[in-house]
Ligand binder design. Sequence first.
Ligand code: ZN
Length: 257
Amino acid sequence: MLKRFFLLTIILLGISGFSQKKLSLIYTGNMGVYISNEQSSVLIDGLHTEYGEDYLFPTSQLVATIHTTLQPDAILFTHYHGDHFSASLSNKYLDSNKKAVLFGSDQITKEIKNSKDRLFTITTTDYSKQTFQVKDLKITGLKINHAGKRHVSVKNVGYIIDFGSKKILHVGDTNWMEKISLFDQLDLVKETIDIAILPYWMLLEDNATVLIKKHINPKRIIATHISPRIKKQELQDMKKKYPDIHFLTTLEEQIQL
Ligand SMILES: [Zn+2]
């Protein structure tokens, strides 16, 4: 009897193991990532066009794949800069994928002509976390200031996507901004983030490891916004300094999360 019980337990564990949905990420250029759990998917900062030699962007072929094959349920944008967002590509995507929704600040959503009922506007008057359910995902948007004095008027929104099995944070174009104690105000540690997607310059700070642990404490880090013109040596040095961090540099590269 006991033997049978153990056998049954092993079989059930096996089945539940197999049925657990796989979480994977496809890189779409600059800070663009497509993340899917085989049932639901999001594309963050994934629709934009050529902006300059320092920014990878999705080729027209990749944009077509996004439209017809990947078909993210939600397209999310951190801010309107041309290396993160294209109004025309976003309008086209929503027009051809009638169930898809879009997230962004009002500087993004005002650019969308049709599909007004499928827009989620994240307010950036304070740092409050705004959560919405999309299929089996909980998507939270919150203000995270854009880095750089030139860009104070740019509304940058970070996202926490709760896939059930894992929580993923994407911060957009920010930095530690210790002068305004930005990350103290964001209070992200209590969100129990599994994977943090950061612009690589946040790793250049001398005490980056300490800051990451103190303010985000993720299990894993993925670095983005890496120029295709970065010096090989600089990239190698960063990889050596951070052997556990994944540096996204190749369009359409895929990683299991
Ligand atoms: Zn920007």
